[in-house]
Design a protein around this ligand. Sequence first.
Ligand code: ADP
Length: 463
Amino acid sequence: MRIVHIAAEFAPIAKAGGLGEVIVGLCRELNRSGHSVDVIIPKYGFISLNKNTKQSQFKCLANTHTMWSTEIEGCRLHLLEADCFNRGEIYGYEDDLPRFIYFSRAALDYLQLQNKPIDALHLHDWHAALCAPLIKDIFKDLPVRKVILSLHNIEYQGKCAAADLDAVGMKGETYLVKEKLQDDNPKFPKTVNLLKGGIVYADAIVPVSPSYAKEILTPEHGFNLDRTLRGVQGKIFGILNGIDTTLWNPAQDRALIVNYTVASALKGKELNRGHFHLDQRKRPWVGAVTRLVPQKGPELLEAALEKTVEMGGSFLLLGSSPIPKIQDHFNRLKERYRAHPQVFLQCSYDEALAHLIYASLDLLIVPSRFEPCGLTQLIAMRYGTIPVVRATGGLKDTVFEGQNGFSFSDATIPSMSGALERACRVFRSDPEAFQGLMQRGMNGDLGWRKPAQEYVKLYGWTR
Ligand code: ADP
């Protein structure tokens, strides 16, 4: 099959979180199983090109653009050059909406010029969702058999004015109806919702775990899209993400001080902990690697830190926040614990440090309010770190109390503290059972083989 992905991220060259990692993992596996894979992302200002990059010119509306194409991970990666993307970050700009609206249009203009049949056009999140209505409206002749939209997190929907669609040649006003792109919140009848456009017009919708696929149909987790989603239930297929088991491999990870395998995990963890200069006496090491946003339960993470210290454990947190109030709060927390012999806090985004933390912990705490899939619990298992998670979304589908981790049902301090207590009790009083959990996690099938097979089935599926 020929599969084309359109997305905002592709790791490691453009990664802001889980999205970029998921796309590269899936693409590599699709390629391995013999499919032809193209990926289109914007060329951000921080991406430098290698010598083997080919360029081609194409037109989008009144503009001429360069598309840079290179082979990476067995896929053809195409980078769209446009002034609005020539910046230091992927997201976080006031004009993010018009930027990604334009990106969606330009990606299709490029594919139109290539004019090669596409079996599956796979769109990711709101950044590319507009491609689905664009294909039905402007790019009717594009030889695409099937359009798939993956929902990595429906909290982010891309809401804009109808005029923003006019800018890429659509008649924005005509989309302001319930059955099309009008936002489902009745308070904003003049607002266009890009993600909704993808949901309405795509042939199949893929939330990134089976539990999340059910949760988003409810008002509690639907972020106002639940009604629309319930209306298209027949084309929703939850598929769990995998992790890149080459990138996340404690036996070969260059970011670690010492590599280890299942057999040497305990010793390996002990040696990697040296990096943090904390008290090295035997105690449970608990921690998290996370974006600090309300979804991830920042107040529960702080409570987990306090609870861990109270129980005599060590706590490591690597987290950064796009929300200044939360970032400031954790910076102050870092000051407060600066000299504490059991606490290490780092309020930044640091890829190498993340690897060392996964390798050093005994327990990873993930107290999310909702979690579409979650990668950190999977990465933790790969490193012999036992996840303690709130039972929601993909966390619920991957972590099972007493089998490979611990879980708690409510996003509250008592519920979370109870799970931490249970985990620490097993750590202290039953090392054999604890090691059994570690081994089961490390030996688990966490990669992309199975999820990619499910995607392939879906690409070939017809209604
Ligand atoms: P989300 O995509 O919602 O942030 P996921 O669990 O799906 O959450 O993916 C998070 C990814 O980002 C993981 O690979 C995790 O290691 C990484 N990550 C999150 N925060 C940081 C950080 N501060 N520094 C380095 N890596 C981080």
